[in-house]
Design a protein around this ligand. Structure first.
Ligand SMILES: Cc1ncc(C[n+]2csc(CCOP(=O)(O)OP(=O)(O)O)c2C)c(N)n1
Length: 357
């Protein structure tokens, strides 16, 4: 691998918790323990669905978020009821963190009628309107204009809700990104676009590194071109993410102006189910980033500060695994959707129409 890949296996120019020094862990320890449990849950969930995929039980295509958990965990901590969340296809954690039923999520991956969208969407098209989760999209960048449009609508309806629009580094070279962020900046001048863009920069789009797709690799600065203020955070450090997430969400809520945060992270597993060989990166690079695994970092901090001990860690993992076996059993034992379901939800019906005619 070229030297650039070695360089990438560092902190990417973002100040890390280790470099910042003192941890604020003691001030909000109980909450951090709760978030730690949520991160462990997401990880164990995705390990379980990866096994299901290998056994051929999960249909369609599937992408997991392993290595990136601190980002969604931190930003969704700033979620308020009535906000909207939209993301691409690496969407399991977002919906789980919003409190959707894990059994319904797993059943959806298994293509069962008890799935959260009746087994018709699968991994990439999760949806839970009640929890504010507006998908789950497979077309890279295609959801960004939807996030911006929803943000406009929320302000037009005179609410103080915001949209969290998650996007990958790979989506930033696509037209949708530029068109949507341009409008966000423009509408934001009148306080009409409360959209928080969360750039999950895991440094690759499938097998292509950021350096091979764009000449200007300081990605978050692309928002400057459209008048959207922005900053960067270490996406492996939950505490750092929490700090920026709450501050940014409140800023967007108050001003109605969009804001962007680039969270530098790393996907420590293959891109998706068909990426067996990972020829585009070295094992060395992967291992270096695994040492900064967001769950491992937080666990270490909690142990160091006496907020958890080794027994408690074991207990959390065991309990989570037990819950997960119930979740998986539910998915396995559920029935396929009935044949009639082929003809429903094809077009939006009267009661599914969301605006005035
Ligand atoms: C419009 C479009 N082009 C190409 C693809 C194929 N594709 C699937 S995932 C992906 C990479 C996207 O990378 P990124 O946005 O960084 O997200 P990540 O997978 O790293 O989370 C591509 C090119 C697609 N789904 N949609």
């Amino acid at each position: 691998m070229p030297a650039e890949s070695e360089e990438r296996a560092g902190d990417g120019g973002v100040e890390t918790q280790e470099q910042r020094g003192a941890s604020s862990v003691a001030t909000n320890g109980d909450h951090l323990v709760e978030l730690y449990k949520e991160m462990v849950f997401i990880r164990v969930f995705e390990e379980a669905c990866s096994r299901g995929f290998k056994k051929g039980k999960v249909g369609g295509y599937m992408h997991v978020y392993i290595g990136q958990e601190a980002i969604a965990t931190g930003f969704l901590d700033a979620y308020r009821e009535g906000d909207r969340i939209i993301t691409a296809y690496r969407d399991h954690p977002h919906v789980l963190l919003l409190g959707s039923d894990p059994k319904a999520v797993m059943a959806e991956l298994y293509g069962k009628g008890t799935g959260m969208v009746k087994g018709k969407g699968g991994s990439m098209h999760l949806f839970d309107v009640e929890k504010g989760f507006m998908g789950g999209y497979g077309i890279v960048g295609g959801h960004i204009p939807l996030g911006v449009g929803m943000a406009y609508a929320l302000r037009y309806e005179e609410t103080d809700h915001i949209v969290q629009t998650y996007l990958g580094d790979g989506s930033m070279s696509i037209g949708y990104f530029h068109e949507a962020v341009n409008l966000a900046g423009l509408w934001g001048k009148d306080g009409m676009c409360p959209c928080l863009f969360i750039l999950e920069n895991n440094q690759y789009g499938m097998g292509t590194s950021v350096e091979r797709t764009t000449a200007m690799t300081d990605l978050v600065r692309k928002f400057d071109a459209y008048g959207v203020e922005n900053e960067k955070v270490d996406g492996m450090d939950l505490e750092a993410v929490l700090e920026v997430a709450h501050r940014a969400a409140e800023r967007v809520r108050e001003t109605g102006k969009p804001y962007a945060v680039e969270a530098l992270t790393y996907r420590t597993v293959p891109h998706g189910a068909a990426d067996f060989l990972e020829k585009y990166r070295t094992k060395d690079e992967i291992n270096k980033w695994r040492k900064r695994d967001p769950i491992g970092l937080l666990e270490h901090k909690l142990l160091e500060n006496g907020l958890l001990d080794q027994d408690a860690v074991e207990e959390i993992r065991n309990e989570t695994k037990q819950t997960m076996s119930e979740v998986t059993r539910f998915a396995e034992e559920s029935d396929e959707p009935p044949l009639e379901e082929l003809y429903t939800d094809v077009y939006a019906g009267e009661d599914e129409y969301m605006g005035e005619k």
